[in-house]
Design a protein around this ligand. Structure first.
Ligand code: RIB
Ligand code: CA
Length: 346
């Protein structure tokens, strides 16, 4: 697999799987993280920003700017999900208080300035509700042309939702922003259409305790890293490696959440898979589609529908990602983040 240089703008609502994605991106020397912007979703925006600062420092990238934009969705009240990702968005982990500070720049300004300064160079990776990205598109309608490409974790297509029976979390938190983003891409050339990683694909990437154990071993941890449903709730990791310990404490909470919802003691690592798509380290196929995001029908708000056959007679606005290779993606995670964790801290 060619690990070609990639320059990324990341917008996230860190959250456990966002954190895993961020740690993975930091493990890849060919990836330039231009900035990390913080959208409210899993937890409030200011907590997201604190998580991002702490993780970037823990992962040896303290100079990456972290910014906040909107602290609420465009039109609906903010709903967070501490029950899924923990009260601070990082499960049981207690991340160090960051040394650095959140950028004085607004996230939207940062996106627009970066895209204008480096036309055609930057990849956008969006693993949160699309609030900030929608605002950036309002501020700079040329963003689809200025960005090299866009990867979105969001939606579910002919597959059950994870927030309502038909809606996925990111599109449900801010349905109006998602609708604006897809409308902005309508009619763009195919190679510019957002690559959309949705639940029918991301839920096939199931991280299990054995993957965590293998990652810890790859990191050189002295003791086996055991996380199991049989352990008492809140059991913390005692891993000898700090990054492994922090990720393990995040995942233990997230494993338990999935088990409480009948999915098994495992973690759907949605954002990690989207990160692999963004930097080209996992295979996938795409299906061009016209995506609609419902914003009005009370029971269906946030629901995404994809027209793959042109039945609506409207131009495409997305490339829906399909055919993941879960085992390859999980092996990539274990090897990349495990080896990264083993590196001597500078
Ligand atoms: O539905 C999964 C998405 O919602 C992921 O991005 C997760 O972090 C949450 O934000
Ligand atoms: Ca997320």
């Amino acid at each position: 697999m060619d690990r070609r240089p990639v320059s990324l703008l990341l917008d996230c609502d860190t959250g456990v799987d966002d954190a895993l994605a961020l740690a993975y991106l930091c493990s890849q020397p060919q990836v330039e993280i231009v900035a990390v912007t913080s959208t409210p979703g899993n937890v409030a925006a200011d907590q997201v920003a604190l998580n991002n600062l702490a993780l970037l420092e823990l992962c040896g990238r303290p100079s990456v700017p972290v910014a906040v934009g909107s602290r609420t969705p465009l039109s609906v009240p903010l709903v967070t999900t501490p029950e899924t990702h923990g009260p601070q968005g990082v499960g049981y982990a207690q991340l160090p208080v960051p040394q650095g500070a959140v950028s004085a720049s607004d996230a939207v300004e940062l996106w627009v300035e970066a895209a204008r300064a480096r036309p055609g160079e930057l990849t956008a990776l969006l693993t949160a509700p699309l609030t900030n990205f929608a605002l950036a598109l309002r501020a700079e309608p040329r963003l689809p042309e200025l960005l090299k490409n866009v990867v979105i974790m969001g939606g579910s297509y002919y597959y059950q939702g994870n927030t309502t029976p038909t809606a996925e979390w990111n599109t449900h938190v801010d349905p109006h922003a998602a609708a604006e983003v897809f409308a902005a891409y309508s009619g763009q050339p195919e190679e510019k259409l957002p690559l959309v990683c949705a639940l029918e694909t991301t839920e096939r990437i199931e991280m299990r305790p054995e993957h965590l154990a293998a990652l810890a071993a790859r990191a050189g941890c002295t003791e086996p890293e055991v996380a199991s449903a049989g352990q008492a709730n809140g059991t913390r990791s005692r891993a000898s490696n700090e990054l492994v310990r922090q990720l393990s404490d995040m995942l233990r909470f997230y494993f338990a959440f999935h088990q409480q919802h009948g999915q098994g003691y495992l973690a759907h690592i949605h954002d990690y898979f989207a990160a692999c798509v963004a930097i080209g380290t996992t295979p996938f196929r795409t299906r061009t589609a016209t995506v609609h995001v419902e914003t009005e029908a009370p029971r269906l708000v946030g629901t995404t529908v994809a027209d793959f056959r042109g039945l609506w007679g409207e131009p495409p606005n997305a490339r829906v990602v399909a055919d993941p290779e879960p085992e390859q993606a999980l092996a990539e995670l274990v090897n990349a983040v495990g080896a990264f964790a083993a590196r001597p801290r500078t």
